[in-house]
Write a protein that binds this ligand. Structure first.
Ligand code: ADP
Ligand code: MG
Length: 463
């Protein structure tokens, strides 16, 4: 039995690190990157997830992987309870889902048109996303100052505040920080990912409860809608949002929006929404410079209760220039490996663990066919067998190693991998790759086999 004294937060960050190793970037960032470990008990572990849809997806798709990761970190088999962000986890036997799983029709990657009923509970910030945990530098200072201005006097400073940037640069963090600060000063706050907003809206139409929907959102002093680009192409939602927006706006309530692009590039069907969005202050966040990235890493490590030697911070920061979520991902991976193996985090160790995954990948020349071919010969099976439906043990293992390597080395999406492997669905790929990533840490011969395949792939590609 190990690590029983770890906090839920640090257990979860180690688990996330492991999961990240086995999952493709899109799956990881869509379903896991904004989750939190909130309670660890004798037999159970509570994870907070931003949306009810996310809860259902994780339960269906990743329960087993998460459970085995948790076991590796804590030494115990724990029941996992997923809870939606806006709800506080209650006691141990808390009822977790806000809706029956059966309500969720399609479990594919695409957003579904069925959603939870509008959550009754109000905003509950994420303690990781506050102003004091936001590190500023030239690239984000303006956005941060605007956000602080809004939080200091909601509805008065800049309305609406529109923050845009590429993914993983702190929009949600700043937005939630505004929410937390306004909530603390007594405002009622509504936070919604625009996808959730859309789903709720459609659901409200379907069940004839649009009045409740409107009332719910219009009672907010501060309305935060994250990632409004997801409303693109959803005319009815835009229409619904337009009315909510106007009502709140004229009542002097604060509205904050984020997006991956400026309002003018949204291509909204409702042109008038674009002009509303641009009517307040529009700020962007750029990729942070090296110093800021180092400071962020240092801060994140400290929040997780460990220190990262400066040269390790620098190593990670130099290799990850664009995206803070990736920086955090490296930190989590490194920490997960270090917990699993008991090695201290030194520069050499960081290079060993992260070296092949980030930075100067001479991988440009490697194709999925190279990987399939090399794995086939390492595992002594044939390429057609890998692509076939054959389910003998050695073929299944070879196929799963291919999935694992395509995800981790070529960063392919599960859908594309499914295609490359003779038309398999993406759930099969995630499952297969997850199996290898889980087994690698326990099975020395498998690890050796995968390392050998990897070596063969890159040496033959370099030749
Ligand atoms: P976005 O919404 O733009 O995709 P997020 O707000 O989710 O990005 O940020 C991704 C991760 O990076 C979060 O964990 C967040 O805390 C962290 N992050 C982003 N910017 C900063 C910053 N300036 N200081 C500290 N952490 C940051
Ligand atoms: Mg975001």
């Amino acid at each position: 039995m190990v690590n029983t004294s770890m906090s839920a937060e640090s257990i979860w960050s180690a688990v996330l690190g492991q999961l990240q190793i086995g999952l493709d970037e899109a799956t990881y960032s869509t379903w896991l990157s904004n989750t939190e470990g909130v309670v660890v008990q004798e037999k159970s572990f509570v994870v907070r997830v931003p949306t009810a849809f996310g809860v259902a997806w994780l339960e269906r798709r990743l329960y087993a992987e998460i459970q085995s990761s948790l076991k590796r970190v804590t030494g115990r088999v724990l029941d996992i309870q997923f809870t939606v962000s806006s709800q506080l986890p209650v006691e141990s036997n808390a009822k977790i889902l806000t809706e029956p799983i059966s309500n969720i029709l399609s479990m594919d990657d695409t957003p579904v048109s069925v959603s939870p009923a509008v959550a009754k509970s109000s905003f509950r910030g994420n303690e990781r996303y506050t102003f004091d945990k936001f590190v500023t530098g030239p690239a984000n200072a303006m956005a941060c100052a605007a956000a602080q201005g809004v939080a200091a006097s909601p509805g008065a400073a800049y309305n609406p505040l529109f923050i845009y940037s590429a993914v993983g640069l702190g929009k949600t963090h700043l937005m939630q920080a505004i929410g937390a600060a306004s909530f603390a000063s007594g405002c009622s706050v509504e936070y919604s990912a625009s996808e959730t907003f859309t789903n709720e809206f459609i659901n409200a139409i379907r069940t004839g409860t649009t009045d409740d929907f409107r009332h719910h959102y219009r009672s907010a002093d501060v309305l935060l809608i994250d990632d409004v680009q997801f409303m693109v192409g959803k005319e009815q939602t835009q229409e619904g949002f337009f009315h909510t927006f106007n009502e709140l706006y004229t009542a002097g309530k604060q509205i904050v929006l984020t997006s991956d692009r400026p309002p003018s590039e949204l291509g909204m069907l409702q042109e008038r929404l674009v002009s509303r969005f641009s009517g307040g202050l529009v700020v962007d966040i750029q990729s942070p410079d090296l110093e800021t990235r180092i400071a962020i890493l240092d801060d994140k490590a400290e929040q997780q209760g460990f220190t990262l030697p400066y040269e390790v911070c620098e190593f990670i920061a130099k290799r990850n220039k664009k995206n803070i979520r990736e920086l955090e991902g490296c930190l989590n991976k490194l920490r997960a490996y270090s917990i699993m193996t008991g090695s201290p985090i030194t520069l050499d160790y960081a290079v060993e663990i992260l070296g092949s995954l980030i930075g100067n990948r001479a991988i440009g020349d490697v194709t999925s066919d190279d990987i399939i071919g090399t794995v086939a010969s390492c595992c002594q099976v044939s390429v057609p067998e890998i692509l076939s439906r054959v389910r003998t043990k050695s073929v299944v293992e070879a196929r799963q190693i291919v999935m694992y390597l395509l995800i981790n080395e070529l960063f392919m999406s599960p859908t594309d991998i499914g295609r490359a492997l003779g038309g398999r669905n993406h759930a099969t790929i995630i499952h297969g790759a997850g199996k290898i990533s889980a087994a690698i840490s326990e099975d020395d011969s498998l690890r050796a086999l995968v390392m050998h395949a990897k070596e063969a792939i890159f040496t033959s590609a370099a030749a």
